[in-house]
Design a binder for this molecule. Structure first.
Ligand code: NAD
Length: 280
């Protein structure tokens, strides 16, 4: 595919490299996934973020297999859902995901949510460690883990998660989690990096967008890149899919970066991992 942008890569703590811009496929219907991901490949994405609970692993696998792109040039992430937590059930859930994907290996497997019972996510983590040791997945990590959850893993396991996928955008910068992860070599992968559009009308964003002839979405995503975060914006719209990766030809100044950082508002798009009612 000609003219694909060269997306920077982030080297994870096990030396595996992940594209800094990936394509999130939450709420993309399984039947449409192959077509939509085809648009993403055309636009230059080489990393796809799915999960068991998104119920589109079949379409994701089809898109990867039919892309005409070498398997090793595509980075595929999936996640263990909370109903499947535990050692044996995690191994079974991984097998089910791989059957649906129809791929020989996964690039990254994440625990989607910590459960309130540390033993349960520790047992799940041991299953992920086995999958990693067996070469079935190139890297393992977590999602929505608080520093306390990460400490449990650090004290009782061998492998440090390569990344923690958390809600992260200008209006919710999760300073405490980010500081912990930065200090322990755990990359941050931002989910809802666009805050699902909630900050697009902010005058700070609009003004920067006008200055560079870019859209608010592009300004927000560019801010993430310069913060060093991995992003997985989602869209089902071909033009926006292309727009969200077209962020490599401009740079925010230090003042502009500070301006966007100043939009912290404690605004949550998704559930709060510290609200134990959500965890299962
Ligand atoms: P997002 O911040 O990526 O926003 C997506 C929405 O913003 C789209 O549905 C669309 O309405 C709008 N949008 C996208 N591009 C746009 C553009 N260029 N201009 C205007 N509007 C635009 O939010 P998300 O989908 O919640 O998150 C992205 C990905 O993160 C998901 O697809 C999924 O892969 C992952 N995720 C993970 C978790 C988790 O618990 N680990 C939770 C939520 C999402």
């Amino acid at each position: 595919m000609p003219n694909s942008p060269v997306v920077p890569e982030v080297k994870l703590n096990n030396q595996v490299e992940i594209p800094q811009i990936g394509f999130g496929v939450y709420k993309i219907d399984d039947a449409k996934a192959a077509e939509v991901i085809g648009w993403a490949f055309e636009a230059g994405y080489r990393s796809i973020d799915t999960a068991t609970i998104y119920e589109n692993e079949k379409g994701v696998g089809q898109a990867v297999r039919e892309s005409g792109i070498a398997r090793e040039d595509i980075f595929v992430t999936s996640k263990l859902w909370r109903d499947d937590m535990g050692y044996d059930s995690a191994l079974r859930a991984f097998d089910t995901s791989m059957d649906k994907l129809g791929l020989d290996y996964l690039d990254l497997y994440l625990i989607h949510w910590p459960s309130p019972d540390p033993q349960l996510y520790l047992d799940s983590w041991r299953a992920l460690e086995k999958l990693y040791a067996d070469g079935r997945v190139r890297a393992i990590g977590v999602s929505n883990f608080l520093p306390a959850n990460l400490e449990v893993l650090a004290e009782a396991s061998e492998v440090t998660p390569v990344l923690n996928q958390i809600e992260y955008h200008p209006a919710l910068q999760q300073v405490e989690i980010a500081q912990y992860c930065d200090a322990h070599g755990i990359a941050i992968e931002a989910w809802s990096p666009l805050a699902r559009g909630e900050v697009f009308e902010s005058p700070v964003i609009v003004e920067i967008a006008e200055r560079y002839g870019k859209t608010p979405a592009q300004v927000v995503l560019r801010w993430h890149l310069q913060e060093g975060r991995i992003i997985i914006p989602k869209s089902g719209n071909k033009q926006r899919i292309a727009e969200n990766i077209d962020i490599l030809d401009f740079e925010l100044s230090d003042d502009e970066m500070l301006g966007v950082t100043g939009l912290e508002a404690g605004l949550r798009i998704g559930p709060d991992p510290s609200a134990t009612t959500y965890q299962g």
